[in-house]
Design a protein around this ligand. Sequence first.
Ligand code: EPZ
Length: 423
Amino acid sequence: MDQIIVTGNGQLSGQIPIAGAKNACLTLMPATLLSEEPLTLTNAPRLSDIRTMTTLLQSLGAEVQALQDGQVLAMSSHDLTSTRADYDIVRKMRASILVLGPLLARFGHAEVSLPGGCAIGARPVDLHLKAFEAMGAELDLRDGYVHAKAPAGGLKGGIVDFPFVSVGATENALMAATLAKGTTVLRNAAREPEIVDLAQCLRKMGAQIDGEGTSEITIQGVDRLGGATHRVVTDRIELGTYMLAPAICGGEVECLGGKIELLAAFCEKLDAAGISVEETLTGLKVARKNGRVSAVDVTTEPFPGFPTDLQAQMMALLCTAEGTSVLEEKIFENRFMHAPELIRMGAKIDVHGGTATVQGVDRLRGAPVMATDLRASVSLILAGLAAEGETIVSRVYHLDRGYEHVVRKLESVGAKIERVKEQ
Ligand code: EPZ
């Protein structure tokens, strides 16, 4: 397994291009299953999760061609051969469950392996299933699979009241509802930019959707959907991650393609911590205002709140802030696994349940550390950028799921970082 070696060596400066959003692409790709016509995605990120979704769609008989070095995904589900998503693929990536809604809506049945949990939590799919039941589907959970069956005439429009916000369940229900007979209303729907991006793509395919980006989305089902070409929205989590590099190291970096509207709550916290964010014609320019970063409290919430996917990275910044910060993780039950690794680097962090209290220290010290999940792995790299000496991050395969060319992007703004085979 590869390792990434980071050496703290001073300020950063330059530009980092931000890729298309992994979490938008992972819901846009299954949308191809809704139509016989071709769906082409541009600005697609080059990530292992995208390759996993490609393999899953191909296992169903869909055509997926990665063009222009993987930045364009040309897909067609004209000749599907299966409506069964096997465990051996689904277990690799939870987002695989997002093929269930489209298959059920277009073919009236589907068998999809339950995704199982992951490092950050149990991550059930009960809200996804509740939505399909509200559209008339019968769901049978057996031998580790969801066996879903639509009524004889197909899914029917219905009211879906989500007891709490779920990004994936909103996406699955939104896709299924586009072909249901009648009107579907999703209440307490997720408002993430990735949901808005999906709705815009489905509308290009002929779907009738109103209210995306608000907590109530109304969908008028249609008989069939056509094809489309759609540009994947900028990845706000990659954006926020790289905005933290100059915040932690000092200097000034422009994140190309960034917009404040994707990360308003996060930018407010950066401002409170003493980091300046300026929207330019080409992206977001980030610099530390003066001296040391100030401690701030953070609570993760569904969009438009502070994103849970940036909690680990923000903790890396706050480890060397002046004062004590309290981070509350309200979305997942086990998302502080980066804390023990940061403590190995000299951080002072106290974790009790969903709350982490971080007492700022002057400087972290490089150490061998281990990546445990996608966002934790990049928080260790951020911490290593400003630590004294060398940080060796192992199990970096987690990184490849969500960050393309992380070494190249950080090297380009002056970071001392390299990827090596495990010694
Ligand atoms: C999406 O996961 C993202 N993944 C996650 O990003 C992100 O952290 C999460 O949304 C929250 O923003 C993709 O988009 C592929 P949820 P998702 O359904 O849809 C519970 C990353 O690092 N829940 O909004 O799975 C769930 O356990 C990943 O890129 C149920 O209980 O998240 C969690 O505690 C990590 N039952 C909470 O709700 C359900 O049926 C929010 O989950 C569904 C979810």
